[in-house]
Unconditional design. Structure first.
Length: 455
């Protein structure tokens, strides 16, 4: 217990420095960290600690118990070095999208903080609130909610749909884990679904409220969903794999492989996701290992590949703006979800014609599913939405909106109208990322203490 107590004390110091505004050293720049931030420290698979913090204009920190602390730090760009009262650098903080990643080397511990009660990415899809009507609150990935489909659901059921968006599973999980109970439906990937089931974060589904459309799910997808094969807590939304998007006008000749990130002639024109499991999974599989490896030697080899061959050629790790960066010509090669880039360039015929999307032979796959969080206030409407999405013609419209094949819903395949960015066959043999338990610590160490260090 002594080590846990020391960890807690150290974490309090770290979080203080992360949520303190950079007013002491920002030369008048407004404090981007004002507000309330929350995070979960996972000391082990079975032991977690929850923290809530408030930063005010003076840069002070207040804990619920009333304790207050003052610390110092230095920063460059979006990274900070955290210093105790003796000037010892005991932790680092990095801004990653809408979150803060804190790494404590002595404890080999990382915590993700997200701001609470913040509306992200223009979340309201429908118009002004409709008085006396039900409201369904969705929390979905960015570039993953088809606006025309949402509007049809609103019209048919006489309701309003509000959508918040996230850029990573970690961001979604942290927000739910730290007290947000306002969502009726969330869309986690398979590795987080198993965690959320185990931690009693999801409601058990009532399939009678979903209706017969649940039968449209491809049995081959359910065979892969070993974390919830009977759909007791999750109904598949989409089965896909991460891809690589290339501007062939800029790069006429290239290998359709992760090896493209080793090309020094493309330095500062390429990005990879700011996503530990997805990037390290790509490196693991490229080296012939499982994306779910728990072998320290294999994980170290993957980190070494990223650090020595891929990272030197990247502009950055980015999960939020790579689609826009590709669309405006800043990036020529990006790793990511193909639909994100598609929605940014679908009105640019020339760039669409020049763009090549491919899924590498050993790319990590994912199954994102619809789940009802524990404590959801509108569970019946959430069930109706799941059934609505899996109407064949509606699911086909969802896929056409993002240029995707109908991977999950079998009858929907005959309703697809537009060309798809790839064919379902491209997903053959792609390995899903699963919950790896305590082995996640090995990945955290490699990612935060090595790969992301200095970035």
């Amino acid at each position: 217990m002594g080590k846990i107590k020391n960890t807690i004390n150290l974490l309090v110091m770290v979080v203080l420095l992360a949520v303190i505004g950079f007013t002491m050293m920002s030369c008048g720049v407004s404090n981007p960290f004002l507000g309330t931030w929350s995070g979960i420290l996972r000391l082990s698979r079975a032991f977690e600690l929850e923290f809530t913090f408030v930063a005010d204009n003076t840069g002070s920190y207040r804990q619920d118990a009333g304790d207050s602390f003052d610390f110092t730090y230095t920063y460059k760009g979006k990274e900070a070095t955290l210093l105790d009262e003796d000037g010892y650098a005991f932790a680092t903080a990095a801004i990653t999208g809408t979150s803060i990643s804190l790494f404590i080397p002595e404890e080999n511990t990382t915590i993700i903080l997200t701001k609470r009660n913040v509306v992200q990415n223009q979340p309201t899809i429908s118009a002004e609130p409709i008085e006396n009507h039900e409201t369904l609150y969705l929390y979905n990935w960015n570039y993953y909610t088809p606006v025309p489909v949402i509007q049809k659901f609103e019209s048919e059921y006489g309701v309003k749909v509000v959508v918040d968006e996230y850029a990573s599973n970690e961001e979604m999980y942290t927000r739910l884990r730290t007290g947000s109970t306002s969502y009726d439906l969330v869309f986690p990937s398979q590795d987080y679904i198993s965690i959320m089931i185990r931690q009693d974060m999801l409601e058990k589904l009532d399939k009678s409220l979903i209706g017969n459309n649940i039968r449209n799910i491809d049995p081959a997808v359910l065979e892969k969903a070993i974390y919830d094969p009977a759909m007791d807590y999750s109904v598949p939304y989409y089965w896909g794999a991460l891809g690589i998007i290339v501007n062939s006008a800029r790069i006429p000749t290239f290998e359709r492989s992760w090896r493209i990130f080793s090309r020094s002639d493309l330095r500062n024109r390429m990005t990879m996701l700011d996503d530990m499991r997805r990037v390290m999974g790509a490196a693991l599989s490229f080296l012939g290992n499982s994306v779910n490896s728990k072998n320290p030697v294999e994980i170290e080899a993957a980190a070494n590949l990223i650090n020595t061959q891929w990272k030197p050629n990247l502009t950055k790790f980015d999960s939020e703006a790579y689609g826009k960066g590709y669309a405006n010509g800043e990036f020529w090669v990006v790793q990511g979800r193909l639909e994100v880039v598609y929605k940014e360039i679908d009105d640019n015929d020339q760039l669409l014609n020049d763009t090549v999307c491919f899924i590498p032979q050993n790319s990590p796959a994912y199954i994102d599913s619809m789940c009802i969080p524990k404590g959801a206030k509108n569970k019946e409407l959430a069930h109706k939405f799941i059934g609505f999405i899996h109407r064949p013609e509606i699911y086909a419209e969802f896929c056409d909106y993002f240029g995707l094949p109908a991977t999950v819903n079998v009858p929907a395949r005959q309703f697809i109208k537009g060309p798809s960015l790839y064919q379902i066959e491209a997903l053959a043999g792609k390995e899903l990322l699963y919950d790896i338990g305590d082995a996640l610590d090995l990945y955290n160490d490699a990612w935060f203490n090595s790969i992301r260090s200095g970035w």
